[in-house]
Design a protein around this ligand. Sequence first.
Ligand code: BJ8
Length: 425
Amino acid sequence: MSEDYRSMWSDLGLDLEAHDALLGVLGKAYQDIYLSQKSRPEGMGYFDFVLSTIHGLRVKELLDEKEAGRKVIGSYCVFVPEEVVLAANATLVGLCSGADFAMEEVEKLLPRNTCALIKSMFGFKLGQVCPYLESADMIVGENTCDGKKKAYESLNNLVENLYVMDLPQVKSDQGRALLKAEYDRFRKAVEALTGVSITAESLKQAIQTVNAKRAAIHRLSSLRQADPAPISGLDALLANQVFFYDNPARFTESVNKICDELEERIKEKKGSFPEKTPRILVSGCPQAVPNWKLPWIVETSGAVIVGEESCVGERGTRNLTDDSGETVEKMTEAIVDRYFQVDCAIFTPNPQRLEHIQEMVNTYKVDGVIHYGLQFCQPYLMESIPVEKALEEKNIPCLRIETDYSTEDVGQLKTRVEAFVEQLR
Ligand code: BJ8
């Protein structure tokens, strides 16, 4: 890939040497973690291709779209409504933040005890290695956790086009009103950026496009209820990760194609793991590309992951937006209703998340939950304790893990996960 796209990366201002190093590590990790899996659905070939050209083909497509006058908007959070972006004839891409980069430089701007996701956000900018970030006409930050909120103040000095969205912290009428006001403000900002006025027609179309990709992911998730699991957790996570930056229509089609194949596998009782393999739900912080550490550990320790209670997973995708309104105002209300249900740990109190975890345990016939918390992530680490307590009261084993993006603790984590899986047998 590298030879074909070097001039494009150079034009985007990437540091080619550092970027080569990043792609080298990414390619090796993908080979070792993904391509070494046994009994994968053939349809995963599409996602292997997407990953093999992660900084190439899709970036080229975005630049071609920009050439044709379309704008690209980058986001770090599932609260940024893709419907609004698409309706203004722009494209939304997730800015992944799933790997350490340029840490020495990062720690000159952020305290050491900042979560790996936020550090990664800065590392990709300071290291000049993310073509998505460099292609974006607008970068949206959001006032979610304290770390992100304050980090955007510093990120504002590194990028020219940061837009910060305020978000509620309480699921009250006032909280909903704030979200509505912020989505109205965002819609106007996107219209100003693109020069396109959002109409009822364009918004309805956008809602349907995003609903279709969510529905495809719902279909994939529901097929993971089967035993033997027809797809590994690693592969399902990859589909959830690609959700954030692929072309929406192509993504929907590719996921549905895998689902057709999984339905056949289920009929034939063909699994990615043998029947009765212990089934794990991973719950907690988002796992952005290329953060595959925990699922790799779990699935090489005798268990299979059958669900992700995460923003790169069911927390991010689970509800559709009602598209029945006939005006922009009515549909914006529906968008607010849909996103206001996202049960991120930044909300207080946040009982819906616990209910959702318990619901997922039942739906996916889970044997044990692994709570995944990034080190220094106060919201999820704080919630992990009541989550563990509530699950244990229902005799559902729970393992709380606190980690970062380094590989230093892999041996120690593997020992803990293996012991946990043994207990589930
Ligand atoms: S809606 S989960 S994507 S904010 S890991 S940066 S919480 S200290 S990512 Fe998130 Fe939106 Fe919520 Fe989802 Fe802070 Fe924790 Fe770091 Fe985090």
